[in-house]
Design a protein around this ligand. Sequence first.
Ligand code: 5GP
Length: 144
Amino acid sequence: MSLDGTYDDGNIFAKILRGEAPAVRVFEDSHVLGFMDVFPQSKGHCLVIPKHSTARNFLEEAPEVIGPLMLGVQRIARATRAALNPDGLMITTFNGAASGQTVYHLHVHIIPRWEGVPLGRHGGGMADMEDLKALAELIAAKIS
Ligand code: 5GP
């Protein structure tokens, strides 16, 4: 799959939204869900997805969904900074397989970074669930 294609509601993020697959949730409102990436590229790597969407990527998304989505991203990014004190944060979307996209429901990565700590591999090792839950609680506690 690449930039063009049909939305498949069997994708893992659609299943998480329907409650058919587990996720370590950080924050949600009526527009977005934020949850921990299970193959994190850094400590605190979180994903934010629109709840009411069949956009496979950022380019396809309806303009009225982008605003609330990015507000949710900013809210979680600010909470991540407050909770984990990173030196920087990557906020990114991959669009199309050639860019590295692997899940075809629009999502925004929030990846905290620390000086001297290399970025983990995209799609690397699976995190320990208890570690993810602890991080999610720290971030959630700083949501304002
Ligand atoms: P993409 O490669 O499409 O930009 O990002 C998909 C992200 O989803 C990857 O960072 C990957 O680690 C993450 N991911 C894949 N499967 C799951 C899953 O079942 N649960 C969670 N929480 N994250 C997933």
